[in-house]
Design a protein around this ligand. Sequence first.
Ligand SMILES: [Zn+2]
Length: 399
Amino acid sequence: MFEILAQCAHVAVPEPSEEAVRFYQSGNVLWIVQQAWSLIIPLLFLMKGFTGKLGSIAKSWGRNWFFTIAVYIVLFVAIYQILNLPLDFYSSYIRMHDYGLSNQSLERWFSNYGKGTLVFLIGMVAFLWIFYLLLKKSPKRWWFYSGLVGTALSFFMMFIQPIWIDPLFNKFGPMKDKELEQQILQLASRAGIEQGRVFEVDKSEDTSMLNAYVIGFGKTNRIVLWDTLIQQMTPDQILFVMGHEMGHYVLHHIWWSLLYYALLSFVIFYLTYRSAHFLLNKYRDRFGFHDLSQIASLPLLLLLIGVYSLLTEPLSNFVSRTMEHEADRFGLEIAQNNEAAGEAFIALQQKNLAVPRPGPIYVFWRASHPPLGERVDFTNSYCPWTEGKPLKYESHFSQ
Ligand SMILES: [Zn+2]
């Protein structure tokens, strides 16, 4: 059956290395620990009324409504980040070095952690009060208004992230390889993408893994290539990866995923509203606060939002995998080089220590992309242009 399907290219999927299998298995254990820890942290704040005590301190220091919230957030974020530090350090520094996936210096890791904490803190102080105002003013409808505000905020964050946040951590600029850039811009103009939308980022400072992505909204919408990918892939492979990213761009996948998360946020806020009231009625004395509109309720809200996000993760992954598959199709149709596409996936498998055919539970709970093995199978079998059949995305190509 494989022979019949493999009509467009004959790229074989290699068995994962022993190291890749270990990386996958230990990664699954780590993921479970991380998920559990992310729920345990807010639980710790709720135990023995600790959050209530923090709330009282915040009130005596902050005095008025806004500064009470601000002081609480500062205390909360400080404790939260300290509790997160060991696991974050292990997963993104020690483990990555152990597997030879990173050359990042210790100073750089801590500097990024510090900057990340600061951005998190500023974001929380700048926006969280809006939700608490809604909780206070509209105890029965706050979940709906929070969905609206959350949606507006996520569009705003998507807009500013590539111009204000990401450059704090890495250098973004035009592509350094001008010949390759010309080829990419040619492909981009075929997809109707205007100039100035392709960026290169110096991720080699942080990792040896390969990646490319689309980010931003409206004016800031752009395609970003990691320099590691440019260094490790052949020009033909890079052109396919760009074709895939152009698919995300042209098919407005950022817009669709923001829309998806907007709808999801209404559901999650509603479930949080229902269960928060239920839990508060039951455990009021233990939590140390009596009303959700008090800032001390933050750990409870975060805990519930965390639980519902985790439970809806399979659906979110499914939505993401569907878009990724269509971006693959777009990339194949515009670049029309299935061999290079298959090889690009093999390069991703090898450089990122990926397992090409992970188990179904992994795919269900964790995979935002189709397994690389399936993506190679698809490139081996999808080439309607060779038989003169119509292309799905032909209408997006200019020539
Ligand atoms: Zn993609």
